[in-house]
Each structure stands twice: as structure tokens, then as C-alpha cells.
Design a protein around this ligand. Structure first.
Ligand SMILES: [Zn+2]
Length: 268
């Protein structure tokens, strides 16, 4: 009933407004700024202000209040999520996708505008980060030189990888069977899923950079992180498609009517 009768939900916090007569530029560690939600791109040129104190603000550095607002519109998607009684963090995620500006972001905007301080923002609002675990946010980056092996056929390690830069050769029984050239393409995920030994070797073709993901987290990733999972599925589907094509060719059945599938959605 709530989902069908409410159209908007407004949350509000009040923070102290910097005294505009005496506020002064205040430097903050970039780690603090990043962790509170500013983006890496903007912090270089970001100017933040802090309180100083003058007769106009009775030496407090703050004068008056400023509101931080979070307006959640109950769109169809949000209503569905409420009806389905999804957990709060899930509902929040959907609401943000549907255009909601979270309180913290509203406060960050007031910091950008010099209306309030970093300190006030941290005191009055909390960051609801997409709580991605460290192994997804900052996976190990590895650099390889031409001919370096990343995966060895027959080995039983289970980490999987994403190609960032360069290209890779896939070798089975000493024969080159494929190339990986698409940045963003995953590889090595089969071992993580099946636990079987590596079915082919993957060798750097020239210099390349990859990200390494822990294979023992694959179930957690599938359960919790649909974006990454769908990328993995796309990778595997394309690979299956290619194998099928080869099988067809080998079977002499590559007829004229063969149509390639529509290209995969390569949106991140
Ligand atoms: Zn003042």
C-alpha cells in the first residue's frame, strides 16, 4: 500500500553554513576527499572552504544553516522494489539509478559551492558507497612482456583475469587456438567456475596489462555483483559462439545461411 500511495520521499539534514565573510580555503588530504565521495577527476581542482571566525559570526566561522536534501521519487521501479521488500541498500541503489541524489552527494555539492565545509558534511551525512569489496575495486594489476605466460595449461590455479591493454594468445596442445584482443574481456574464468585444471595456456602477445581477480570469490561475485557477472557471461557466450562456428566448419556444415549473432552489448 505504501508503494502505491506515496509519490515522493524527502529526507533532510541541516548543516551549519559557513560564514561567507570570513570563510577560508581549507586543504584536505585527497584520501579523505575520495573516501567521502568526491571523484578522482575533480579533487585536483577542488577548492574547499572551512570556518575562520569574525565579528559577524561571533567568531564561530559558521552562520545560519543549510539544508541537504534527498528526494526519492517513487517511480515504477522503486515501487516494485518496495513491494518486493528488498533490503535497504538495494532499494537505495535502485532509487539512485532512478535519479535520486543521496544526502551525502547533496552535501558534497554544497561543499563544491563553498556553502559548507568538509567537516560539516562528514558530521551530518553518511556515505552509502556501493560497497564493492577491495578485490573488485582495486584488483591487482599485472604487467607482462611478450611471451610471458599468464595461465599455463594443466595448472590448477583458479584466479581469473580481465584484459586491460595489449593482446593475448591462447595455446592448447602447443597450437594457437585463439587470440584475446578486446580490452575488458575476461579470461581464465572457466577454472574458477568448474575448479578444473587450466584447459589452455594464455601468453602475452607483446606488452600487456591485466587485472587479476581471486577465483575463490567467483560465487560471491555471481551472487552479489550483477554487472561483473553479466560481463563474464557475455565473454563466455561469445567464446561459445566462436567455438560453435569452428565446430560447424570442421563438420563441413558452414553453409551460406550462417548468420552471425547481433554483436554483444559492449556497454560496461
Ligand atoms: Zn565570520
Amino acid at each position: 500500500m505504501l508503494a502505491s500511495s506515496v509519490t515522493m520521499v524527502l529526507s533532510q539534514r541541516l548543516g551549519r553554513r559557513l560564514c561567507q565573510s570570513c570563510k577560508k580555503v581549507e586543504k584536505h588530504d585527497s584520501k579523505v576527499l575520495l573516501s567521502m565521495g568526491f571523484s578522482e577527476d575533480e579533487i585536483e581542482n577542488l577548492v574547499t572552504f572551512g570556518p575562520n571566525g569574525c565579528p559577524e559570526c561571533n567568531g564561530l566561522g559558521y552562520r545560519g544553516r543549510v539544508g541537504f536534501f534527498e528526494l526519492m521519487e517513487v517511480t515504477d521501479e522503486v515501487a516494485k522494489a518496495i513491494s518486493a521488500e528488498v533490503p535497504e541498500d538495494q532499494l537505495r541503489k535502485i532509487a539512485v539509478q532512478e535519479g535520486m541524489t543521496p544526502l551525502r552527494n547533496a552535501a558534497l555539492q554544497k561543499v563544491r559551492e563553498g556553502i559548507t565545509s568538509v567537516e560539516e558534511t562528514l558530521r551530518r551525512t553518511v556515505a552509502h558507497k556501493e560497497s564493492l569489496p577491495a578485490y573488485l575495486v582495486n584488483p591487482d594489476r599485472e604487467h607482462y612482456e611478450d611471451g610471458d605466460g599468464i595461465i599455463r595449461e594443466g595448472n590448477t590455479d583458479i584466479d581469473f583475469f580481465k584484459l586491460i591493454r595489449g593482446s593475448l594468445t591462447v595455446i592448447k596442445n602447443g597450437k594457437k587456438i585463439a587470440e584475446l584482443t578486446e580490452p575488458g574481456e575476461y579470461f581464465g574464468e572457466m577454472a574458477a567456475i568448474t575448479g578444473e585444471q587450466r584447459s589452455a595456456s594464455i601468453i602475452a602477445q607483446g606488452r600487456c596489462t591485466v587485472k587479476r581477480y581471486p577465483g575463490d570469490k567467483i560465487n560471491e561475485i555471481v551472487a552479489k555483483y550483477p554487472d561483473i557477472t553479466s560481463q563474464l557471461f557475455k565473454t563466455m557466450t561469445m567464446r561459445l559462439y566462436k567455438s560453435n562456428k569452428i565446430i560447424l566448419k570442421l563438420a563441413g556444415g558452414a553453409g551460406r545461411s550462417q548468420r552471425p549473432p547481433s554483436p554483444p552489448n559492449t556497454r560496461r
